[in-house]
Design a protein around this ligand. Structure first.
Ligand code: ATP
Ligand code: MG
Ligand code: FE
Length: 339
């Protein structure tokens, strides 16, 4: 069946079309530039932008795939978590499309969709696998017996998400919002061992993360240098911060695999686009005998294809469609794969 996926949890209006695990279209309209001058996403601005971009983005997805609306067999939409107003626009649109076409509607979890999307690139997920979800609002290790049915949290950040730490440190370093991609780029000119920044919860024996101490340490370090009138070599600071993050992430991901006797790791979410994380994960997983899968960067950050991918799995698993009155739930827990 052909599944249309709609994503509006944050500032990306994403529309994807898939057949099984084959990607047919993936179109995005982003309001990120409108938020950049505020240094963060402004919810009202995002909602308005979704409203304006929704229909044209669906049109572009249909064009890209050479399909017509009447070809679509099911609609999937992000029901949460995310910005309440932004989610509402996507959910309302999805209901309208599903009702208008007379096809089933599936409300899906944005975080589970970040996991499911990898199947569009690397085929069906091994059952079970360990998934590390690292994004702007979440950082979690998950045991995934079957992404369409069950996701079990093993650990998560106790404070900031990994992407949030990237964005906050970027701001300290005078880099534009969102900072993750800028740190990634600038860090290539620097040394990851220039400054020994703290690695929160490195040896605490849990599968939890903590990034707020690291963020503060970077801010203090920069502040101290500036006060002393000493130069701050931004590439070195960016690379050393990034190294601290990816060192902890890869270490804990492998610990999760070991503790649960699972030898397949999937990394998803916006931070999975990070080039150093991808390289270190490859290296450490290879040494540990763990197979690692990471979607291409364009599928790591928010998009509609990820929603369509999870919707497609729900259809294949014979899961009952959602009711047409599904709510948008800004704090939908990861354990609720679909509503
Ligand atoms: P969530 O999925 O938790 O609701 P979100 O949808 O806002 O949050 P994503 O779009 O999945 O988050 O990811 C965005 C985050 O990924 C931002 O914090 C951004 O800085 C970060 N990010 C994107 N590319 C990179 C990169 N190359 N290196 C590091 N971080 C990155
Ligand atoms: Mg975004
Ligand atoms: Fe996301």
């Amino acid at each position: 069946p052909l599944v249309l996926g709609i994503e509006t949890s944050c500032d990306e209006t994403g529309v994807g079309i898939v057949r099984g695990h084959t990607l047919l279209a993936n179109t995005i309209a982003s309001s990120v530039e409108e938020h950049a001058r505020f240094g963060g996403v402004v919810p009202e601005v995002a909602s308005r932008a979704h409203l304006e971009a929704m229909a044209p983005t669906v049109e572009r997805a249909l064009e890209q795939s050479g399909l017509r609306l009447s070809d679509i067999d099911a609609v999937a939409v992000t029901a949460g978590p995310g910005l309440a107003g932004a989610l509402l626009v996507g959910v309302a649109a999805a209901k309208a499309y599903a009702l208008g076409m007379g096809v089933p509607l599936y409300g899906v979890n944005h975080l589970a969709a970040h996991v499911a999307v990898d199947q569009l690139e690397h085929g069906a997920l091994p059952k079970p696998c360990i998934a590390m979800l690292v994004s702007g609002g979440h950082s979690s290790l998950l045991l995934v017996p079957d992404v369409a049915r069950e996701v079990i949290p093993l650990g998560s950040t106790v404070d900031d998400a990994a992407g949030e730490a990237f964005d906050k440190v970027a701001r300290v370093l005078g880099l534009p919002f969102p900072g993750g991609p800028h740190i990634d780029r600038v860090a290539r000119e620097g040394s990851g061992t220039a400054v020994a920044f703290p690695r929160g919860k490195y040896d605490d024996g849990t599968l939890d993360f903590s990034f707020s101490g690291l963020k503060t340490a970077v801010a203090r370090w920069v502040e101290a240098r500036e006060k002393a009138g000493e130069p701050v070599h931004v590439p070195d600071v960016a690379a050393s911060f990034q190294e601290a993050v990816v060192d902890v992430l890869t270490r804990k991901a492998l610990a999760a695999c070991r503790e649960h006797g699972v030898s397949d790791l999937l990394i998803g979410g916006g931070v999975a686009a990070n080039s150093r994380l991808r390289a270190l994960a490859q290296e450490r997983c290879e040494a540990a005998g763990v197979r690692v899968r990471v979607p291409r960067p364009g599928l790591c950050t928010d998009n509609g294809a990820m929603v369509a991918a999870l919707g497609s799995d729900l259809v294949a698993a014979g899961v009952s469609p959602s009711l047409l009155d599904i709510p948008a739930d800004s704090s939908l827990p990861i354990t609720t794969v679909h509503v």
